[in-house]
Design a protein around this ligand. Structure first.
Ligand code: NI
Length: 174
């Protein structure tokens, strides 16, 4: 297992659409292990393969509380089959968009179909935080980020701020 580098905005890879997996093999299992390790290391609750620069429709989630045992969930080729009319709002952050939190309203309940590590089709009904987290990660597989919920002006401001922080130039006074 290894910790991968998480890519951040404005990296154009984050806007790309990830490709479905045809067969779950060793590479996919290794990638899932790496995603978990990277996610736990970065203290996130979800991570999509595209965030480490790999355009495969794979994501991992663990919404267990700090004092609980880990509950790792992995989803291959996840597809949302059903959503509720009822919505919930969370303040969402993203490991690819440092120090940015945005209130986003999403369907409270969703039903997802996906392939598990054994290559079997599974279904899961997700509610609350898990539902929001899953929708956030599936958005990543389609090249969509939380800042896409904002106006272009606000989005550009956030990207500009992050790009500046990243360069971290020496400050001089002359
Ligand atoms: Ni994210």
């Amino acid at each position: 297992m290894s910790i991968k580098k998480i890519i951040t905005v404005p990296d154009e890879t984050l806007k790309k659409i990830s490709v479905p997996i045809e067969k779950v093999g060793l590479n996919e299992k290794k990638l899932i292990n790496d995603l978990f390790e990277t996610m736990y290391h970065s203290k996130g609750i979800g991570l999509a393969a595209v965030q480490v620069g790999i355009l495969k429709r794979i994501l991992v989630i663990d919404i267990s509380a700090k004092d609980e045992k880990n509950k790792p969930l992995s989803f291959i080729n996840p597809k949302i089959k059903k959503i509720s009319d009822e919505t919930s709002i969370y303040e969402e952050g993203c490991l690819s968009i440092p120090d940015t939190f945005i209130e986003i309203e999403r369907p409270k309940i969703c039903e997802v179909e996906y392939i598990d590590l054994d290559g079997k089709v599974q279904n899961m009904k997700c509610d609350g935080l898990l539902s929001t987290c899953l929708q956030h990660e599936i958005n990543h597989l389609d090249g969509k980020l939380i800042i896409d919920h904002l106006s272009k002006l606000k989005r550009d401001l956030i990207i500009k701020k992050i790009s500046k922080t990243k360069k971290n130039p020496d400050r001089i006074v002359v």
